[in-house]
Ligand binder design. Sequence first.
Ligand SMILES: NC(=O)C1=CN([C@@H]2O[C@H](COP(=O)(O)OP(=O)(O)OC[C@H]3O[C@@H](n4cnc5c(N)ncnc54)[C@H](OP(=O)(O)O)[C@@H]3O)[C@@H](O)[C@H]2O)C=CC1
Ligand SMILES: O=C(O)C1=N[C@H](C(=O)O)C[C@H](O)C1
Length: 265
Amino acid sequence: MIRIAIAGASGRMGRMLIEAVLAADDCTLHAALDHAGSSAIGLDAAAFLGRNCGIAITGELDSLSGADVLIDFTRPEGTLNHLEACRQHKVNMIIGTTGFDDAGSAAIEAASRDIAIVHAYNMSVGVNLLVKLLEVAGRALATGYDVEVLEMHHRMKVDAPSGTALMLGRAVADAQGRDLKDCAVYAREGITGEREAGTIGFATLRGGDVIGDHTVIFAGMGERIEISHKASNRTIYASGSVRAARFLQGRSSGFFDMQDVLGLR
Ligand SMILES: NC(=O)C1=CN([C@@H]2O[C@H](COP(=O)(O)OP(=O)(O)OC[C@H]3O[C@@H](n4cnc5c(N)ncnc54)[C@H](OP(=O)(O)O)[C@@H]3O)[C@@H](O)[C@H]2O)C=CC1
Ligand SMILES: O=C(O)C1=N[C@H](C(=O)O)C[C@H](O)C1
């Protein structure tokens, strides 16, 4: 049995993860965490499903003790707190949280010397397949095609562009031997001048309950290629995370992403 702890237990993803872990024959819910000020503290972790599982949501990081892995979909500051606790308790981590700055990303990579970590901005099979397709498209369309990454998410999302949009943009940049930091354009307004060749543009839409739409456009003279993924249910992220938990079993250190978990590398 894989003993799984879940952070952000009362969040949109936290709930999906609790449901997925409770439904998996080879997993057991070891702990359900939320921040100490959360109104969910003390509630049974499965109460939202109309039943009890016997694990109460807690703000105590010591509840990680004895877990095999923590699945964390929270906020960067929460994840970085949990990272330290996981290091102390020798608990592996699956990190789905987005919006890290460079220092946060570096801290996660550094911690993977002491515990095994899967860090992925999108846990779905479909988006990770898109990354592979973009490696091919990015190479084939390296000259004469303008690259734009378009994403739309629900009105509650707090970071932009999405982690997935950045990952897709990076996949194209890498395939073309460029650094995304040098070629990304995140906003356009006013008299911008003509589009600079070789840049990768990002456009962010927010509204309603959209779970996650991403399109990478290669716009040439006379044709346009669009590669899209549209999520219609968050279960794709939860089942990918459970798959990642299975992948980490028996590993004690190392830094991985979903390409590793899905055997796409
Ligand atoms: N990698 C992937 O496949 C996916 C990644 N995500 C990412 O996962 C993250 C969470 O998304 P979502 O579930 O929609 O967000 P929610 O806001 O619904 O859930 C976040 C949870 O984390 C809690 N939280 C907030 N701040 C902290 C903190 N400092 N410490 C501990 N817990 C905290 C929230 O509590 P409270 O509500 O009280 O603030 C809530 O329970 C986002 O970064 C999102 O982009 C989402 C889907 C897929
Ligand atoms: O906040 C979300 O909802 C999502 N966040 C992730 C991201 O930023 O890419 C993954 C998915 O698109 C849903």
